[in-house]
Design a protein around this ligand. Sequence first.
Ligand SMILES: Cc1ncc(COP(=O)(O)O)c(C=O)c1O
Length: 408
Amino acid sequence: MSRFEQITDLEKRYLLQTYNRYPVALEKGKGVFVFDFEGNRYLDFVSGIGVNALGHAHPRIVKAIRDQAAKVIHLSNLYYNEYQGQLAERLCQLSGLDRAFFQNSGTEAIEGSIKLARLAGHRAGGDAKCRLVALEGSYHGRTFGALSLTGQEKHRKGFEPLLGDVTFVPQNDIAALRAAINGNTCAIVLEPIFGEGGILECSEEFLRECRALAAQHQAALIFDEIQCGLGRTGTMFAFQTFGVVPDILAIAKPIAAGLPLGAFLAREQFATAISPGQHGTTFGGGPLACRVGLEYLAIVEEEKLLENVARVGAYLTQQLQMLVDKYAATQGVRGRGFIQGLVLDIPARPLVEQGLTEGVLFNATQDTVLRFLPPFLLQEKHVDKGIRVLKKLLGKKRKKQQNVESAA
Ligand SMILES: Cc1ncc(COP(=O)(O)O)c(C=O)c1O
């Protein structure tokens, strides 16, 4: 039995069968590459769904983990640790928000955000000020609160009843947004760029309207930047790309370079709604994860990775657009920086599987979108490799006529 068969056999017997994994078992990684147990190398355009922004085995991250693990990994929130306040300070400096709370995952960061918004809502307008507005097609996580805000039937089905106080509006539909918000709204929750939903951007106009309506109704504007934040758009936070500042910001994925850590940040006006004992966590904000979080932010700054994301991201857009111009199975390119999608006319999963045999990890979302969430270290030559593989896999070229039409 091969190592791959041993691994998959055990999983089939002993794990809840919730994942539809790709047929590869990965052993290790280095930079923008990962390796399977046979030693085959794969160029990584997925970074563990947006987590490994620093690639794999970054020497400074390895050193910080080694060093801190030898000192102390976990203490609980009964005691102070050296790094939680430092990481909160840095995130507040970078975002302009005032306070942070650390969780263990993106979903938990959303849970904490809506709990805080509920408290602030009740304080401002009594028990009735509890309603949430979220977007159709969004994704916020799998727990009951986060799932209640997730506007996709396929994730919600089978788990009802969920929170009943959520109104969904279509992304970028300002009239529907205005109709959904009233004095009982305590929060508007949205991803500035839908990740799981297929790399769809909110328009600046829509975001500005959300900002204005939230202020008008004393509701919290919550941005879920779990996938699009912390550098992926080429600015530290996606809201800085769009120029609209939220009241509460949920982040996670890359912050501790692969260790589980999420956080929500809040403006003082909302942060003061919570009192001791109203929220907490055993693991969240531990010294190991927070120290690595500080190292993550320092590396992004010192290695000028945001500049790299902006430059190589623009190159990726240009190269993907070139595929759209040439290949019949493609429809368009969405997103920016290192959060982009190539929209196809055909199912994306078979392409991802074929990509494996060509030594590249791609990712599919919403059936027909090939999603790119590469490590921030990715260079033009890596984009070229990915594009070469896609050219091979995409098959038929457009007829000349179609070419002319798409250019018109
Ligand atoms: C936008 C967004 N929100 C929330 C989540 C949930 O985060 P986690 O899987 O860390 O709980 C995700 C995960 O993909 C996400 O992309």
